[in-house]
Every structure is written in C-alpha cells, then in structure tokens.
Design a protein around this ligand. Structure first.
Ligand code: NAD
Length: 266
C-alpha cells in the first residue's frame, strides 16, 4: 500500500476523476473525506469505498464557500483525526444552460462563478487544510489544472484563465510550504472520458461524435481514462514522488504536443 495511515480530502469526489482518485487512494490505505455538492452521488462514492473495505465520509461542501470549506476540514479531522492530503479537483467548465463564451459575450456571472469555484475554491481548501497538514507533520496537495492551463482553445476564456492560475497557485503554495514538509503539484489532464467530455457546445458535436472528434486530435488516438489520472495522482501523493514539488504535469496522450493532422483545437 502506498498511502497507509493517510487522510485525504478529495473535492468533486462525486463524479469522474474525483471518484476514481477517491477509490484509488482508499485502496492504497488512505481514509477519504469526499467533498461535493452532489450529495447522492457523493454518498455513493463513499459507499463504494466502504464496500471495498476502505474508510470514507461524504460531506456536503460547496468549495467556493469559506464557511462550508472550514466545516468540511473540521469534519475530516473529527472523523479521521488528521488531514495529510488535499486533492483539489471540483471545478466547472461550461455554463448550464449554455451561453456564448467568447469574452465580449461571456456573462459576468459565469466568469465570476468559474473563478469562485475553479480558483478561489482551490485557495480556500488549501488555506484551511494546510494548518492540519502541517500539524500532521507534512503532506501533499494536488491541484487539478488542465491542458487548458498550459495552452488554450476557442471560447474557453473563463475556464482556461482559472486553469492557468491554478498552476501559479500551485507554484506559490509549493515554495511557501516546502520547508514545512508539504509538496504541492498540479495535474494537467487532456481529454479524459467523463460526463463532461460528451457534452459539446451548442451547434457542435455531442456524445460519441464529440468523443471521436476529440480522440482524432490526440497523438495517442484516444481519450484518457479517469483511472489513468488516478494512477498519476497516486504517484504524486506517495513517497515515490518525494523530490517533486511545484510541477505542472500533463497527462494528455501527447495533446499538448500539437494536433495530429492539424485543425482547430476542440
Ligand atoms: N474531463 C476532462 O476531460 C478534463 C480535462 C482536463 C481537466 N479536467 C479537470 O479535472 C477535474 C475533474 O473533472 P471531471 O471531468 O472528472 O469533472 P466532473 O464534472 O465529472 O466532476 C466534477 C465534480 O465537481 C463537483 N462540483 C462542481 N462544483 C462544485 C462546488 N462548487 N463544490 C464542490 N463540488 C463541486 C460536481 O458536483 C462534480 O461531482 C476538474 O478540475 C476539471 O476541470 C477535466
């Protein structure tokens, strides 16, 4: 086991990569505080962990809300005695219902919501988990960015801005807390098979058609799987990565190299 005796907070644990990482960390011995706003699906993640013999607690937490984040960290400590790991993952990418996303048309409230959840939420979770991580003798923070934080695409200004800023926040956290035994890295997934990759923008391809189109732009010729991201997260969360901090690591099938066959990014 790679994480025996550890306690991890995973935000956005109800779905996609957050669920996959929760299951993987738990299988490696960590107790998991699953934090999400989708209570039924979050409870199911915790139940899946428990059915597999692990320890988990589902907590309702809107990560953009300071008081809810503080309460969630207290719940983790009350349930498991400490916090050693934080997996900052909860994020939004598209407005629902859809609205135009090029800057002149982008509604101010979607811009603010994206910054609140994707950036301030990561800050708040780090701010309130850090004292506990330090108290526990050090640990690891992983911030999920995106290849959209390393490059960009059309009509993703709000999302891309936050994902780039997450890398800057990662570097600041890494240097500020290095001497206190906290390693902080960013994970930059390319297209990964989750619910969100099946939903395109209005007028564009949807579902299988969208997945096929995205896959055609990836040098390895397919989308990644949440479990592949969980494997990278586990490596970075474990002592195997003991000399890695402040890095932003792509996991993208080569997508940031360019597009096979040319054409516009998805
Ligand atoms: N899927 C991809 O292809 C892809 C690619 C690059 C980066 N990412 C990033 O990976 C992470 C996970 O993506 P995913 O596709 O698994 O997402 P997802 O949409 O399947 O899951 C996101 C989870 O976050 C939760 N959430 C949303 N707002 C929240 C809030 N304010 N407080 C608490 N929870 C909230 C949702 O309820 C959901 O359970 C995100 O940071 C995303 O930006 C995804």
């Amino acid at each position: 086991m790679k994480l025996p005796g550890k306690v991890a907070i995973v935000t956005g644990a109800a779905s996609g990569m957050g669920r996959a990482v929760s299951l993987r960390f738990a299988a490696e011995g960590a107790a998991i505080l699953c934090a999400d706003i989708n209570d039924p699906a979050n409870a199911e993640t915790a139940a899946m962990i428990e059915r597999a013999g692990g320890r988990a607690l589902a907590a309702h937490c809107d990560t953009s809300q300071s008081l809810q984040v503080q309460a969630m960290v207290r719940q983790a400590v009350a349930a498991f005695g400490k916090v050693t790991h934080l997996y900052n993952n909860a994020a939004i990418s598209k407005p629902n219902p859809p609205v135009p996303e090029s800057v002149a048309d982008l509604p101010e409230d979607f811009w603010r919501a994206t910054l609140d959840i994707n950036l301030t939420g990561y800050f708040l979770c780090a701010k309130y988990a850090l004292p506990e991580i330090i108290k526990a003798g050090g640990g690891v923070i992983l911030n999920v960015s995106s290849t959209a934080g390393l490059m960009t695409g059309q009509s993703i200004a709000a999302y891309s801005t936050t994902k780039t800023a997450v890398i800057a926040l990662t570097r600041s956290l890494a240097i500020d807390y290095a001497r206190q035994g906290v390693r902080v890295n960013a994970i930059c997934p390319g297209p990964i098979e989750t619910v969100r990759t099946r939903i395109g923008r209005p007028g564009g391809p949807q579902g299988d058609e969208r997945v096929k189109r995205i896959a055609s732009q990836v040098p390895l010729g397919r989308l990644g799987k949440p479990e592949e991201v969980a494997a990278l997260a586990l490596f970075l969360a474990s002592d195997d990565a003991s000399f890695i901090t402040g890095a932003a690591i792509p996991i993208d099938g080569g997508r940031t190299l360019g597009i096979i066959g040319g054409g516009a990014p998805a």
